[in-house]
Design a protein around this ligand. Structure first.
Ligand SMILES: Nc1ncnc2c1ncn2[C@@H]1O[C@H](COP(=O)(O)OP(=O)(O)O)[C@@H](O)[C@H]1O
Ligand SMILES: [Mg+2]
Length: 223
């Protein structure tokens, strides 16, 4: 049996107004998988990913990330798991604007104490591995949205997290760039065994994963 890297059990979440945004969500994510979750705007996708990324805790039920129960972790412990074992990709425009692509990719390594020269070498090695070396010295404004999002994906990968959480990473990309992006994260999954959990509003995109779910008004079901 494959190891379970994320385990959500009867998870409910409401914000201060009390309305339930997630309703009894249960989900086991196994090592090696690429999970696609589709749902329309407001269905609870970002809320779900924030719970998986230890950026929030459930109102009821439990979220276990790599064996740790999110509600019993101290802030310093969740910060450490986020830094060392998780990678995040957001909707877009989240590269640091005044530094180059390769410097952006160095940031997560800097946060875990990798030294200067090694940082640069590892960032460049990943850019080369995934065919993006020509972007190394570009600033975000000198790249297309698709290129920026591919650099953000390498940045999420560079510390070799067990899990990458990607919240609507393709929603500001055109169809062709979205496809190139999906091919890239699929390679992370296949070649490095990185677990990917990705949300999208597009049913076909969710099916690019090895397993897909639908989120409707806070309820999750298998596709
Ligand atoms: N911090 C918050 N406080 C109150 N309500 C929120 C907050 N974040 C999200 N919501 C509400 O929760 C619901 C789900 O939001 P969200 O998880 O962002 O969905 P999605 O990412 O699928 O668009 C929406 O109705 C939204 O208005
Ligand atoms: Mg969202």
């Amino acid at each position: 049996m494959a190891e379970t890297v994320l385990a959500l059990d009867d998870v409910w979440k409401s914000y201060s107004d009390g309305e339930h945004v997630l309703r009894s969500v249960s989900l086991d994510v196994e090592a090696g998988s690429f999970v696609g979750i589709h749902g329309r705007s407001g269905s609870g996708k970002s809320t779900l990913l924030r719970l998986m990324g230890l950026l929030a805790i459930p109102s009821r039920g439990s979220v276990k990330v790599l064996g740790s129960d999110s509600a019993s972790l101290k802030p310093s412990q969740s910060a450490r798991i986020r830094r060392e074992r998780l990678g995040f990709i957001f909707q877009g425009f989240n590269l640091i604007p005044h530094i180059t692509a390769v410097e952006n990719i160095e940031v997560p390594m800097w946060l875990v104490g990798v030294r200067g020269q090694e940082r640069r070498e590892r960032a460049l090695a990943d850019l080369r591995r995934f065919g993006l070396e020509k972007l190394a010295d570009r600033y975000p404004r000198e790249m297309s949205h698709g290129e920026q999002q591919r650099v953000a994906a390498i940045r999420a990968l560079v510390n070799r997290p067990r899990i990458i959480l990607a919240d609507e990473p393709t929603s500001s990309l055109d169809d062709e760039s979205a496809k190139v992006f999906l091919d890239l994260v699929s390679r992370f999954n296949r070649e490095l065994g990185t677990v990917v959990v990705m949300t999208t509003t597009d049913l076909d995109e969710a099916k690019a994963g090895t397993v897909s779910y639908r989120l409707e008004s806070g309820s999750l079901s298998r596709d």
